[in-house]
Design a protein around this ligand. Sequence first.
Ligand code: PXP
Length: 237
Amino acid sequence: MTKLSVNINKIATIRNARGGDIPNVLETAMNCELFGAQGITVHPRPDGRHIRYSDVYAIRPKITTEFNIEGYPSESFLSLVKEVKPHQVTLVPDPPEALTSNAGWDTVKHADFLKRVISELKEQGIRTSIFVDTNEKNIIHAKETGTDRIELYTEPYAIMYPENQYEAVRPFVLAAEIAVSLGLGVNAGHDLSLENLTYFAKQVPGLLEVSIGHALISDALYYGLENTIQMYLGTLK
Ligand code: PXP
């Protein structure tokens, strides 16, 4: 079964809006696990506008499922993850000022950089995943970086899904087939939601994990966090 990792950045965004400690990010992470999530994802950015480095240190010892830290591999990010040693690090190519991740790696252009970073992380016993689009060239060259997994960037799927599910998912099915044939694990994330997740998880072979933040936290405003997590888990069954 595909694992659900809840991205809790939005909880930190709400907390930061007031400068206090409501809602409490650590408590939310622990509750997500209690309610059935199989992982917690955070994406600390250099400006600390949502998850802060201090949150990452606080969450690490309390996590009993899988802790996934996403980010651009800057010097400070790499020092953080080498110290914290999460189960998985997902490398994203977005510049510090990006609103959210909006593209995958060009795994040809950045091959040497990715190889170096991935080997440093693997020396620390950390599983790696790299964020990529469905372009065949990027998947094939992802394998050469030494990464354990790829995370498919699903925004294009989410955009096309309402008008044509089949066409929307097709590139993801092909990309996942290539990845699996190369021995790469397949994760996915970005703009996945209660509406579009069932079909995606059914169609894409070998899907190990989805990381979902924006839609899930927004749904929790209406359904509550526990119900919402159960609903997402239901779509993955
Ligand atoms: N995967 C990556 C690499 C991301 O940067 C994000 C957003 O932080 C997500 C998944 C989750 O996307 P969403 O918040 O749209 O569910």
